[in-house]
Design a protein around this ligand. Structure first.
Ligand code: ATP
Length: 279
């Protein structure tokens, strides 16, 4: 595997594969994110979205292929904010700037907390904050790493719809102000259309890019707008087809399956909640 520097792009994956023992999780994935672009990654559960992010973050190595990134830092944000509970909010953000002198670290942490609308909360402990506020702290900590590429793995998946909407607005503002390049994994199709310049659909095991949807809707968008809903419905249809295709090809070819009158695989996948598809 090679990680190269290239200032024309933020992230580029070329024929990237990842194998875990016998399981081929990603198969020759090609994907790029331009500087300042917001790309959302969608796919059924287990198709390799988190694997892809961890490869770009350098937390794991691909089995084959090449990953190219720009020279500045890459930060990663997860569904769980992963804050140190015994540290103050400010100290959690300061952890990302350990190379700076203490006084400067503290002043910059306060600036980043103001950026995510948490000015004045620096002395609190994580347990004194709501889930949405804790994710804001995690976002401030990511920004404090001076990253220009932000990898986000379902960062708002555990939040209620109202809090998620607010954080969409804040993330969009910060993305623009700081000219970030974002690769954002979600199961929520409307969230992908609300935020993305482009939505990339991955197939299931092995994960492979099957389709890309440019989102040419004016910003700021509303998750509940008719335009977002229309495109989300189109993407959801494609995603369901992908899930159904995977269920067909991965079903064991036993005589039992041929003889019983089970409902179509696509229908079963949909109603059992296995797809993780939300439009
Ligand atoms: N460290 C690992 N060792 C072995 N198998 C792994 C490992 N990490 C992931 N896998 C497998 O690779 C496949 C892809 O997993 P991954 O977590 O990347 O999918 P995902 O699309 O992010 O799933 P979800 O949407 O449910 O979070 C899965 O089958 C998973 O079990």
């Amino acid at each position: 595997m090679t990680v190269q520097l290239d200032h024309q792009i933020a992230v580029r994956l070329e024929a990237v594969s990842k194998r875990y023992g016998d399981l081929l999780a990603l198969d020759r994935v090609g994907l790029s994110v331009a500087p300042g672009e917001f790309v959302c990654l969608l796919g059924a559960s287990g198709c390799g979205k988190s694997t892809l992010l961890s490869l770009v973050a350098g937390l794991d190595r691909p089995t084959a292929g090449q990953i190219t990134t720009t020279g500045r830092r890459v930060a990663m944000m997860f569904q769980e904010p992963a804050l140190f509970p015994w540290l103050t909010v400010s100290a959690n953000v300061e952890m990302a700037m350990r190379e700076l002198p203490r006084r400067e670290r503290r002043a910059r942490a306060e600036q980043f907390l103001e950026m995510v609308h948490l000015g004045g909360f620096g002395k609190k402990r994580p347990h004194e904050l709501s889930g949405g506020m804790r994710q804001r702290v995690a976002l401030a900590r990511s920004l404090a790493q001076d990253a220009d590429v932000l990898l986000m793995d379902e960062p708002f998946g555990a939040l209620d719809a109202m809090t998620r909407d607010l954080l969409h607005d804040e993330l969009e503002r910060i993305w623009r102000e700081r000219e970030l390049s974002v690769l954002f994994v979600t199961h929520n199709v409307r969230e992908a259309v609300r935020l993305g310049d482009r939505v990339v659909l991955l197939s299931s095991r092995p994960g492979k890019v099957v389709e890309e949807f440019p989102v040419r809707l004016a910003r700021p968008r509303r998750t509940d707008s008719a335009e977002v809903a229309t495109l989300a419905a189109r993407i959801t249809d494609q995603l369901k087809q992908e899930v159904a295709r995977h269920a067909e090809t991965s079903r064991p070819p036993t005589a039992h399956h041929a003889q019983t009158s089970l409902p179509p695989v696509a229908h079963r996948a949909e109603t059992s909640g296995q797809t993780g598809v939300r439009s």
